[in-house]
Write a protein that binds this ligand. Structure first.
Ligand SMILES: [Zn+2]
Length: 272
């Protein structure tokens, strides 16, 4: 693939970077990234992936844009209220970079469709807002051998980790083996979230995705980052592969995907 004048112009500021160049830009153009949720995390992540020239972005979300989403879900505009988030997101991403192909999934992701969906992609970004989806995405990535870049936010705090159990790294279940009991951890709907915190973590997810595609820098594989916005501090914890992990451990008990019950039916209307 050769670049047009316009492409060289568009990507010039990153193509001059060491470790990227034309070769890296070609990797980005050929890359396919699946973004789970077009909400608070998926929005900034997808925007920066599209801007960088990631060739194909998959966007899955079964919700429509609501006014209370706009405080943090920067893919959407006031005029998009009522539209499926994936449709609004596709419109925004394509207007930012018409070269990017945006594949949309306006459906609830479940055990019956997720493996087939993510199979087409090189890596997965999880920006979902609930534990059933988080575990479903983790397990599907494990079975399909996909790198998972996971983000989570609540109130003034955020978390980031990359899981690569297919190259002997830990998975999400090595950290938390089962979803917490319903109601144990509040949702953003109940506890609130600062929009900029979603921006910080979503952009870290995009940053890690670009690094994984380009094969540069130090992967977040086996590392868990905690962000405290009020103190503006970061804490990094090393995470090991857990031999007792029910999914990727020595004697796994989970052999197929599980649809955990959604805690509250209205929760899905509030992506992080
Ligand atoms: Zn595991």
């Amino acid at each position: 693939m050769t670049f047009s004048e316009e492409q060289i112009h568009r990507y010039s500021r990153q193509m001059i970077l060491p470790g990227i160049g034309g070769k890296g830009q070609r990797k980005l153009s050929g890359a396919k990234v699946f973004v789970m949720g077009a909400g608070g995390l998926g929005s900034p992540a997808a925007l920066y992936l599209a801007a960088a020239g990631v060739g194909t972005i998959g966007l899955a979300d079964s919700d429509r844009v609501e006014v209370h989403n706009l405080q943090r879900q920067v893919l959407h505009r006031t005029c998009d209220v009522g539209l499926p988030k994936v449709e609004s997101g596709k419109k925004t991403l394509e207007s930012l970079n018409p070269e990017v192909k945006v594949q949309t999934y306006f459906e609830r992701v479940t055990s019956s469709n997720i493996r087939k969906i993510i199979r087409d992609y090189d890596l997965v970004l999880d920006g979902s807002d609930n534990f059933p989806t988080r575990f479903l995405v983790n397990d599907a990535c494990y079975f399909e051998g996909k790198t998972l870049i996971s983000g989570a936010i609540l109130r003034f705090e955020g978390q980031l980790a990359t899981f690569k159990p297919h190259v002997n790294g830990p998975c999400y279940r090595c950290l938390i083996s089962e979803p917490p009991p319903p109601g144990h951890i509040p949702s953003c709907q109940e506890a609130g979230v600062l929009g900029a915190v979603a921006g910080v973590i979503g952009l870290f997810q995009a940053n890690e995705a670009l690094k994984e595609i380009l094969g540069i820098g130090q992967s977040m594989n086996g590392r868990f980052l905690l962000f405290d916005a009020l103190g503006l501090s970061f804490t990094e914890v090393k995470i090991q592969k857990n031999p007792q992990c029910p999914l990727c451990g020595e004697n796994p008990t989970i052999k197929e995907l599980i649809d955990y019950e959604q805690v509250c039916p209205t929760q899905s209307s509030v992506s992080p």
